[in-house]
Design a protein around this ligand. Structure first.
Ligand code: DOR
Ligand code: ZN
Length: 358
């Protein structure tokens, strides 16, 4: 007998949807279809796709295209840029899900290494929307200094090492307003998989040691990890097979099955796994689950992840061939069934979850 379980209002707060000038990699339509097939109600899109989401015009362009083509609800991050746009983005905060600051090198050109410039963003950005930071290793300490100075709620994205976990565990004990997210690729893969995966195993933060992976699982067990996020970042097969593959892997359609597999195999309580994919995200970003918005999963379904069955435009996955247990059988958003376990029916009226109060 298969057991059907309901998870309310799943959100991925860390997605790179592409489209716009990177429509050759993926589109809002293709990746939000992947999102609902992965069980998600909403996704929050990162600002590093050209044209970067760093001012009123680029935000308006993205929101307009999402409203016209998204298959699910969404939020959009504004990006901190090297040419100081801290005043401009602060003005636009109500329409965005948060501010993203890239503090270590990765895909795109939004890197900020100047601590004084970071500080200006922290001072100007309003406290009612989280600041989400890409900060690796001791860069985390630089950001924690700013959190300590300004008390601005900060979400530390894609934490991948034991040392990083230790920094954030201490920050939480200190009472700082910080949360952290972990990606399934850092939970299931290590640097030992890089030789086989080649470009398809390359992302930022990179894959780490088995000891780091174990520390992430321990942090989940201890309740230190708030969010499981995808860092869904599709690139074409040709780009990944090239001499200089770009960073990033897809994840929207594999996050939930991989976490349900952990419920079976690692004794992670189902409630904890579900909360990290839904209720915790809603709490951190301050959004309420609309009525009749949930995912139905078959907890027992055992199968092999097959990248040919994925909806993402990229058509590959670093998890291809992995045995998992737990399958999405339906996704409902505001009373509309947008996924029936096979086919996607895009949401009739996709909405930005973050709107200025008129
Ligand atoms: O692997 C990554 N890919 N990490 C990032 O921080 C950015 C992302 C992308 O946009 O490709
Ligand atoms: Zn990312």
């Amino acid at each position: 007998m298969s057991e059907l379980v309901r998870i309310d209002g799943m959100i991925d707060p860390h997605t790179h949807l592409r489209d716009l000038d990177w429509a050759h990699k993926a589109t809002f339509a293709s990746e939000t279809r992947a999102a609902v097939a992965g069980g998600y109600w909403a996704v929050f899109d990162m600002p590093n796709t050209p044209p970067n989401t760093v001012d009123a015009a680029s935000l308006a362009l993205k929101l307009e295209r999402l409203a016209a083509t998204a298959a699910c609800d969404y939020g959009v991050y504004l990006g901190a840029s090297q040419v100081d746009n801290s005043a401009a983005v602060a003005q636009l905060a109500d329409d965005a899900c948060g501010l993203k600051i890239f503090n270590n090198a990765t895909t795109g050109n939004l890197l900020i290494e100047d601590q004084d410039l970071r500080r200006r963003f922290y001072q100007r950005w309003p406290a009612h929307r989280p600041i989400a930071v890409h900060a690796e290793e001791d860069t985390i300490l630089d950001l924690l200094t700013l959190v300590r100075e300004t008390r601005k709620p900060t979400h530390f994205l894609h934490i991948s090492t034991a040392r990083e976990v230790a920094h954030l565990r201490a920050a939480k004990e200190e009472g700082l307003p910080v949360t952290l997210g972990v990606c399934p690729h850092h939970l299931y893969l290590t640097q030992h998989d890089e030789a086989a995966l080649k470009g398809f195993g390359l992302m930022k933060p990179t894959l780490k040691t088995p000891a780091d992976r174990d520390a992430l699982w321990q942090a989940i067990t201890d309740g230190v990890v708030d969010v499981i996020e995808s860092d869904h970042a599709p690139h074409t097969r040709a780009e990944k097979e090239s001499d200089r593959p770009p960073y990033g892997v897809p994840g929207l359609e594999t996050n939930l099955p991989l976490m349900l597999t952990a419920v079976h195999e690692r004794a992670i309580p189902l409630e904890r796994a579900a909360a990290m994919l839904s209720a915790n995200v809603r709490r951190i970003w301050g959004v309420a689950c609309p009525p009749d918005t949930y995912t139905l999963v078959d907890l027992d379904a055992a199968y092999t992840l097959d990248s040919r069955r994925l909806h993402s435009a990229c058509g590959w996955s670093p998890f291809d061939g992995m045995r998992v247990r737990g399958r999405v059988v339906a996704t409902w958003i505001r009373g509309q069934r947008v996924y029936d376990g096979e086919a996607v029916t895009p949401l009739a009226q996709p909405q930005n979850l973050f709107k200025a109060v008129a």
